[in-house]
Design a protein around this ligand. Structure first.
Ligand SMILES: NC(=O)c1ccc[n+]([C@@H]2O[C@H](COP(=O)([O-])OP(=O)(O)OC[C@H]3O[C@@H](n4cnc5c(N)ncnc54)[C@H](O)[C@@H]3O)[C@@H](O)[C@H]2O)c1
Length: 268
């Protein structure tokens, strides 16, 4: 089901008041989908004048809000795409006091992880009924199998853990939902020019050492390419200084899939 086939269907985008979510919501509306864009920030309503756009103030970490978003989306039409974009970042020193650590856990995990779980579970029955669709999780580059020495400082263990945990959702849902024609992938980008990235730097100015960071429109284009590819179960990287495309599909991991000559039988 490529993006043209999805025209007229409904796309839900979380965290759409600014940054990547805003650009992705705009792009999906440009491509003819009905978009339900929501955010905790009331500023999301500035998207309202766009064609095919409905906005809501809602918190993805609250089940009642998630249910209200999905109910509204279903009233707009047949849900076809869910972009789990809402994300939170803050420094979380590993030696912070217990209460601070637990507060930070809720601040980050309730949005970055529980929010993705709830939004996806709430929409899967709709995607199943509607003959399939796409779930796209916004992850980050350092869940990809490479050493990284990038923009995130070392005191962001909870943010990092939240994004690594998305791998479990992406992998498991892609397999479980394959029979329903539901594609599940994650976009795993390096530095993209958004308020979140600028917030990493005291004056909001991006240092030259970052190089030419990516633009949100490039990631939105990559997402469309991914949807059109029909691929599922992948972490798709995007790197500063390299072309932003989905690239070749990597081979299945022989040891994990049990397709290799030396792979053990069964396993989990
Ligand atoms: N910008 C980057 O370089 C970069 C790199 C890798 C991954 N990401 C990921 O991409 C996604 C978007 O990032 P961004 O840079 O645009 O961030 P951003 O902070 O600029 O925008 C995130 C939006 O999410 C909203 N949000 C936060 N918590 C919410 C909640 N509980 N419910 C609803 N909305 C909520 C915020 O209000 C904000 O509008 C995030 O998941 C982030 O982790 C960004």
């Amino acid at each position: 089901m490529n993006i043209q086939d999805l025209a007229g269907r409904v796309a839900i985008v979380s965290g759409a008041a600014q940054g990547l979510g805003r650009t992705i919501a705009q792009r999906l509306s440009d491509d003819g989908l009905k978009v339900l864009a929501f955010d905790v920030q009331p500023g999301v309503s500035s998207l309202d004048p766009l064609a095919n756009m409905t906005t809501m103030v809602a918190d993805v970490s609250r089940l009642e809000d998630v249910e209200a978003v999905v109910k509204t989306a279903a009233q707009l039409g047949r849900i076809g795409i869910v972009v789990n974009n809402a994300g939170r970042w803050k420094p979380t020193p590993v030696d912070s006091p217990w209460q601070q650590a637990l507060d930070d856990w809720h601040y980050i995990m309730d949005t970055n992880l529980k929010g993705v779980m709830m939004m996806s579970r709430a929409t899967v029955p709709h995607l199943q009924r509607n003959g399939g669709g796409h779930i796209i999780n916004m992850s980050t580059y350092y869940v990809l199998p490479a050493r990284s020495d990038g923009t995130n400082p070392p005191d962001t263990d909870l943010y990092g853990a939240s994004k690594w945990a998305l791998n479990g959702f992406t992998d498991a849902w892609a397999k479980y939902l394959a029979g329903d024609n539901i594609k599940v992938n994650a976009l795993c980008m390096g530095a993209v020019d958004t308020p979140m990235l600028r917030g990493l730097f005291a004056d909001g100015e991006l240092p030259e050492s970052l190089g030419q960071v990516m633009q949100t429109t490039q990631i939105a284009q990559q997402m469309i390419e991914l949807i059109n590819s029909g691929r599922s179960g992948e972490n798709i990287g995007a790197w500063v200084g390299e072309p932003v495309t989905i690239g070749e599909q990597p081979p299945l991991h022989a040891r994990i899939t049990g397709t290799g000559a030396n792979s053990p039988p069964g396993g989990n």
